[in-house]
Design a protein around this ligand. Sequence first.
Ligand code: NA7
Length: 534
Amino acid sequence: MQQLDAIVIGAGFGGLYALHHLRDNAGLSVKVFDGAGGVGGTWWFNRYPGARVDAPPTPFYAYTFSQELVDEWEWTETQSSQADVLAYLEFVSDRLDLHKDIQLNTVVTDARYDEANQRWTIETDGGETVSARFLICAMGALFVAHTPDYPGIDDFAGDTHHTGRWPHEPVSFDGKRVGVSGTGSSGVQSIPEIAKEADHVTVFQRTPQYALPARNKPLDPALLAKYREDWPALDQSMRRRGGWPFELNRLKARDFTPEERHARYEEMWALGGMYLLIDSYVGVLVDAELNNEISEFVKGKIRDTVDDAETARKLEPDYHLGTKRLILDNGYFETFNRNNVELVDLRNDPIERFTTTSVITKDAEHPIDMLVLATGFDAVSGSMLRLNPKGRNGVSLKDVWEERFGNYLGLAVEGFPNMFMIHGPTSPGVLFTMPKGGELQVDWIESCMRHLDKEGIGAIEPTAEAEDAWVEEVNTLADRSLYPLAKSWYTGANIPGKPRQFLAHLAGSHYFDRLDEVAQQGFPGFVLEKRRTD
Ligand code: NA7
């Protein structure tokens, strides 16, 4: 059986960096396994038309640790396309010679902790068994695609594509009547592209969503050069500002008149991207009154954009802006002015069943030739539960997480020694720029491993008390904000039967300060078990 220091599951942003850092900087033997046919993780799977980065602009949704990588990769647009991000990750894998330690097309089917030897053993779908001291789970926060179980959906005879499992061969919408279910980021990004080609598009909307204009444009080479020059400072800025590279205004709404505030919203709207949410006034995600004002502003923009008043009304959201994942769009609302696009409001006209050729809602039958499911993911916890590792005494994660996603620091779970999660539940995840957040987590894991070696420790796991206090802390942070008021995948509300728990740490920079503190203090909250074997 192959013996390694660390097994990494997942070859996306987090897993690739884990391989590089642990192998090339820490000198460990590491192997990455991924079920996909290429590196890229989320960016390998989510290749639906219109897929783009919806985080800070390029080049900040990228690795930050290497000035060489920053200098060598030529980003071309401000909100990079899926193809560009994937090409970048392939470039990084070549440049850092990662491929030789990545085994693709290999699903890890089992992972068990061997208590006597303080090691993990994994099995793959190819029948291999591999052992390592550490198991690093970098399977992604948005990996397990969610498909609604409408009666008859499996009987539908046309092609069905989930945005999160998009085919590698081209998909033609030409001459087709396409039904799209779901209006989160994936739906909002893909619907305008599908509508350009299809005969007819029927959008099945459960929750109307806010979307801010992405204003994607070519990236000015002079600006890119400037970012490269200022990279160390911008990188530090991201670490301090919740993953955002630029200084933010600290304006207080109450210091301005309604007219002045409105003018500022217009200014932020014109800038595009996330600015309206993060840089108009402080407290948009905690102050309901302020949030309502900005939400109303965006609803006004939707009404201004959509010609048909009834359609515009159906598209108006009724939750606080930003409390579901913020969407950046490229012509989404304008798409409803096309005469080949129709909106079905599922709240008033729910889907009853599918036939071989149509979707039947309460009020009508909608014939379709193709179904696009943009219905999201069993987010954050789903990929860990799919792996379902078995910890001490063979206890499975599914059993431990039946009612609550207990863990400490979003990184480790009691009863699962030497197992670490990247972007796990209660870590900042998508609420911090993910590539940077993953790097910081991996850096912490490596410092933890060094500590264990120095102290002759064979196994580390959190205490139950540390987990309880941590989950409480993350919940308290969430409860001070408007986030828990929305039904979102941050709370588990998108998956029937999923325990409700706020899955993201809302103060990213403080989270990473906390990780630093725990490392400096010798890992309080963890049980350290002496090494049993040499
Ligand atoms: P999201 O944001 O979870 O969106 C999924 C969409 O699918 C959303 O509109 C859901 O409505 C809808 N949905 C889910 N289940 C159903 C059923 N049963 N019937 C109808 N509609 C349904 O996933 P995305 O892939 O768009 O985005 C995920 C992340 O990827 C995104 O945040 C970016 O960071 C990139 P709901 O709002 O739950 O009522």
